[in-house]
Design a protein around this ligand. Structure first.
Ligand code: IDP
Ligand code: MG
Length: 138
């Protein structure tokens, strides 16, 4: 059984730039299904949990400040191998080198900041997906 759920965030830069619809359209056009969707302001405690693996890295504080800077969209997306599939749609972490055709490659760029503003987050494993869906959707 390969049907999975993943946690997708349209980060505050994506919402502020009016790209939420384009991100969701790419997810739907790929054939995945939206099963939960919320526009919200993140809380610091949620982000500390969500990004626990990055605690202590130089971009950790800038990352939290960025994620607190405005509303974001959280979604649970379902489909066969969707965890890997959404990471493929999103593209590489660095928008400058993310492949054209991906969300980050087509819509993102480097802004010379301490943290990469790269529009989207997607869970990277079934374990992270389960944990992250709990953080954002209880
Ligand atoms: P991912 O979002 O592609 O899974 P992660 O390594 O999990 O990338 O990092 C989480 C987020 O932290 C990234 O999406 C990006 O916003 C930021 N980030 C990661 N590495 C760096 C870096 O080296 N410099 C600046 N920001 C970074
Ligand atoms: Mg990650």
């Amino acid at each position: 059984m390969t049907t999975e759920r993943t946690l997708v965030l349209v980060k505050p830069d994506g919402v502020a730039r009016g790209l939420t619809g384009q991100v969701l359209a790419r997810i739907e056009a790929k054939g995945y299904r939206l099963v939960e969707l919320r526009l919200l302001h993140a809380e610091r405690a949620q982000l500390e949990q969500h990004y626990a693996e990055h605690q202590g890295k130089p971009f950790f504080e800038p990352l939290l400040e960025f994620m607190l800077s405005g509303p974001l969209v959280a979604a649970v997306v379902e489909g066969d191998r969707v965890i890997e599939g959404f990471r493929s749609l999103a593209g590489a972490t660095e928008p400058t080198t993310a492949a054209p055709g991906t969300i980050r490659g087509d819509l993102g760029r480097d802004w010379g900041l301490a943290v990469q503003q790269n529009l989207v987050h997607g869970s990277d494993s079934p374990e992270s997906a389960e944990c992250e869906i709990g953080i954002w959707f209880g």
